[in-house]
Design a protein around this ligand. Structure first.
Ligand code: SF4
Ligand code: MG
Length: 278
């Protein structure tokens, strides 16, 4: 018998946007019929990172800012697993920023969900890289960054309160990664009601681009849409960009599939050692 992990009760404050993100994750996994034992959620540090306790999948709590290299290694070791990295804006856009850029560049087939609330909630309210003091455009926009890197294949943004759209985007992200089509980046605007309640700001300024005829396969058009909205104090929400070309074979190689039996490699090892013999 295999022991199963009983999901924990969320520890989040009442009204926290992370409840909506977790509900969307759970519903998407159910809709795609991905079994818990074929799924792992790797989480960053912060309130959002506790999501990996709350679903009955495998879970792993990574070091601060290191969820992406950990998830990349997990995906390479077992490409059959559905790998979901999840964390906050502090974890992913501050200490983890270098890893984000290089994960966009490498395009490994797993999903990354960033619960962006513009604040460090777990440590009681310090400004994060995406803190907004008013309706002005974000000082740092991960969606624009993603669009500027030519190897990105899936870029989306949801809002925790727009549950129907968030569900659709979550399903699309998981499907993209499961199909081996590359890195599915999904930022979810997920307000921290205790330290930075952005529900009123975001409800007044977000624009649902899915409802406005946006073509998600046009990278330049996506960049223009996101930039123009930002100039006017708005943020684009929806499926912002998806590369429609088949990405099979363009993502990171699978070292787990390599032959590592010493007997099969003896000649190559001998040749290598001979180069260092004096
Ligand atoms: Fe959510 Fe903020 Fe409470 Fe953390 S402090 S659980 S982010 S509302
Ligand atoms: Mg945060």
């Amino acid at each position: 018998m295999t022991a199963t992990y009983p999901p924990a009760t969320p520890i989040w404050c009442a009204g926290c946007g992370h409840f909506g993100v977790q509900a969307a994750m759970s519903a998407a996994l159910q809709e795609l019929e991905i079994p818990a034992h074929e799924t792992i959620i790797l989480a960053g540090i912060g309130c959002s990172g506790t999501v990996q306790n709350n679903l009955g999948t495998y879970g792993y709590h990574a070091l601060h800012g290191r969820v992406l290299p950990t998830a990349t290694g997990t995906h390479l070791a077992n490409p059959d697993l559905t790998v979901i990295a999840a964390g906050g804006d502090g974890d992913g856009y501050a200490i983890g920023m270098g890893h984000l850029v290089h994960t966009f560049r490498r395009n490994p087939s797993f999903t990354y969900i960033v619960m962006n609330n513009g604040v460090y909630g777990l440590t009681k309210g310090q400004d994060s890289p995406t803190f907004q003091s008013g309706v002005e455009a974000l000082e740092f926009d991960a969606v624009s960054l993603a669009l500027s890197i030519p190897t990105t294949t899936f870029v989306a943004r949801g809002f925790a309160r727009w549950t129907a759209q968030l569900h659709r985007i979550m399903v699309a992200a998981l499907q993209h990664a499961r199909d081996g089509q590359g890195f599915a980046f999904l930022e979810v605007l997920s307000p921290c009601v205790t330290y930075n309640d952005t529900y009123p700001l975001w409800e007044a300024t977000l624009v649902d681009i899915d409802a406005n005829g946006h073509d998600p396969e046009d990278r330049n058009g996506a960049f223009q849409t996101v930039s123009e909205l930002a100039e006017n104090g708005h943020m684009a929400v929806g499926l912002i960009y998806r590369n429609g070309a088949d990405q099979s074979g363009t993502t990171a190689p699978n070292p787990a599939a390599a032959v590592v039996d010493p007997a099969d490699n003896a000649a190559a090892y001998a040749e290598l050692l001979a180069r260092y013999s004096f």
